[in-house]
Ligand binder design. Structure first.
Ligand code: NAP
Length: 308
């Protein structure tokens, strides 16, 4: 007798994209498993208050929203498994996922493993995370109204988010390790032309200090070695973002930055395998987009199975 897949859909990652996909998948009567390595919710677990998610006129706590997603998925019969997937075998109609705790088979796979912001790895970063240290200006900018904040990095994300922060803060100081930016010319022009933005070149943050909340940073001039302390209440870190992709290298096409390549229906290079949210190429890295991507991926998986 031919081998049968245990699940119609296995979703790797229980963040917003994965949980949204699971709700649509199970409501399409597909047997659905979500595999999560740590805690359901993904990036929103690290967001104190979410103010920009449509439908919530009052801010909602990230962990609270994560719990609501999980509750909704559970109510419809989604199954959950805590495991870390280590590799994928995607050839043929039955996809095999190998984890540290077990093996799983499915007709379709939705990859929603997300990503992680690169960290400065300096003293104070961890301690003040969520209390002045942030990786998301669009999420947290409003908490820094009329304050003097710092952005770290010289790429598109640093300039984009720095410019966004000028709308509500008093000043934005960019600390960058070289004396030229990596960001696109148009963003550079906008940043240099914005009177609220200033630049500290050839410099690196060595320590983030404060008393409960961030109060100052210790900055090293990388050319002279000189250390100085600067007052600031917010440190926004934009030194790159890495997708969580170690388990799929070689099994699926990735873009040069390591994101899963998809079409607009979330189809990857392997038929029956979809990707959604921050792990996919061109993601906007916003909660609403992750949810939308997850829904699109679930609908595409449903079509793939029903057109069989
Ligand atoms: P990125 O382009 O890789 O830039 C990272 C920046 O952080 C660089 O300036 C880099 O310095 C600096 N950096 C890296 N490691 C550091 C460290 N340990 N300490 C201090 N500084 C460090 O990353 P990104 O800005 O997140 O952008 C990622 C991708 O998304 C890019 O392809 C970008 O074009 C795209 N994106 C586009 C937009 C847009 O078009 N509006 C917005 C956001 C992101 P060096 O320059 O010295 O290497």
């Amino acid at each position: 007798m031919a081998e049968e897949a245990t699940y119609d859909v296995v979703i790797i990652g229980g963040g917003a994209a994965g949980l949204a996909a699971s709700i649509y998948s199970v409501r399409a009567m597909l047997k659905t498993l979500v595999i999560e390595r740590t805690a359901l919710g993904g990036q929103i677990l690290y967001t104190g208050e979410i103010e920009n998610y449509p439908g919530f006129p009052e801010p909602i706590g990230g962990p609270e929203l994560a719990m609501l997603y999980a509750k909704q998925a559970t109510r419809f019969g989604v199954e959950f498994q805590y495991d870390t997937i280590t590799h994928l075998e995607l050839e043929g109609p039955i996809k095999k996922l190998i984890g540290e705790e077990g093996e799983y088979t499915a007709k379709t796979v939705i990859i929603t493993s997300g990503g992680e912001h690169n960290k400065l790895e300096v003293p104070g970063e961890e301690e003040f995370s969520g209390r002045g240290v942030s990786y998301c200006a669009t999420c947290d900018g409003n908490f820094f109204r009329d304050q003097d904040v710092t952005v770290v990095g010289g790429g598109d994300a640093a300039m984009d988010e720095g410019l966004y922060l000028t709308r509500m803060t008093n000043s934005v100081t960019v600390v960058h390790r070289r004396e030229e930016l990596r960001a696109s010319k148009i963003l550079q022009e906008r940043a240099f032309g914005n009177p609220k933005m200033s630049f500290v070149w050839n410099s690196a943050i060595k320590e983030i200090k404060g008393n409960g909340d961030v109060g100052s940073i210790v900055v090293e001039n990388l050319k002279t070695g000189e250390l100085s302390e600067r007052e600031t209440t917010g440190v926004f870190v934009y030194i790159g973002f890495h997708p969580i992709n170690d388990f799929m290298i070689g099994a699926i096409d990735l873009d040069p930055a390591g994101h899963v390549v998809t079409d607009i229906q979330m189809q990857t290079s392997v038929p029956g395998v979809f990707a959604a949210g921050d792990v996919r190429t061109y993601s906007e890295r916003q909660l609403a987009n992750a949810v939308g991507d997850g829904v699109a991926a679930a609908l595409a998986a449903y079509r793939y199975i029903s057109e069989g």
